[in-house]
Write a protein that binds this ligand. Structure first.
Ligand code: AMP
Length: 214
């Protein structure tokens, strides 16, 4: 299946993309993860992306679309993929349509994980991430087994710079202005499915699987 996940930052796209990717054995493609890997590796793309990410703004489309095009051309995407965090603007969605058109591929579904702003703020301020393996936790809802230490690779977890309170508000504003219009874009294309994402992770996962017919 070829799937796009939509939703506000902190709605749980990363967690659900991972679940879908494991269930269907398809790659999970996160532009945010690609940018973070570039920042970690001090690449020119990483340096440019960081300026925007730290402020809660979107990285410009021209820096973003090419990395997705390259990634989709990888043979592991032939069976399908789950895109997490891309597209985030109407031009990115149009670009994706044209790239997929060139590859004679059609999206099976765009799934919106719907969570209210106040729940997002609570969630993101408590989010902790492993800088080594990328695992995601929450101090209250999904804590690490040993406080502050990643369960998987035992690295101390951190708060992502862009999860700091003022940046979260900027990211939400950016989401409403630039990404929310994609909901009607995909609705008009007859591709939109929605799963409520405010409850516990397991409940959201069942709703996500049900919405996608998995
Ligand atoms: P994420 O991990 O998906 O929440 O992404 C973290 C940050 O990376 C976002 O706040 C943006 O600054 C940047 N980013 C990720 N994906 C995109 C995209 N498709 N377009 C522009 N910026 C992006």
């Amino acid at each position: 299946m070829k799937i796009v996940l939509l939703g506000a930052p902190g709605a749980g796209k990363g967690t659900q993309a991972k679940n879908i990717s494991e269930r269907l054995s398809i790659p999970h493609i996160s532009t945010g993860d690609i940018f973070r890997a570039n920042i970690k590796g001090n690449t020119p793309l990483g340096l440019k992306a960081k300026e925007y990410m730290d402020k809660g703004q979107l990285v410009p489309d021209e820096l973003t679309v090419e990395i997705v095009k390259d990634r989709l051309a990888n043979p592991d995407c032939e069976k399908g993929f789950v895109l997490d965090g891309f597209p985030r603007t109407i031009p990115q969605a149009e670009y994706l349509d044209s790239v997929l058109g060139e590859m004679s591929i059609e999206l099976d579904a765009t799934l919106l994980i719907s969570v209210k702003d106040e729940d997002i703020i609570e969630r993101m301020s408590g989010r902790r991430t492993c800088p080594n393996c990328g695992a995601s936790y929450h101090v209250a809802f999904n804590p690490t087994k040993v406080e502050g230490i990643c369960d998987i690779c035992k690295t101390p977890v951190i708060q992502r710079a862009d999860d700091a309170a003022e940046t979260v508000l900027n990211r939400l504003e950016t989401y409403h202005k630039q990404t929310q219009p994609l909901i009607s874009y995909y609705e008009k294309a007859g591709k939109l499915k929605t799963a409520e994402g405010a409850d516990a992770v397991e409940e959201t996962t069942s709703r996500v699987f049900e919405a996608l017919g998995l």
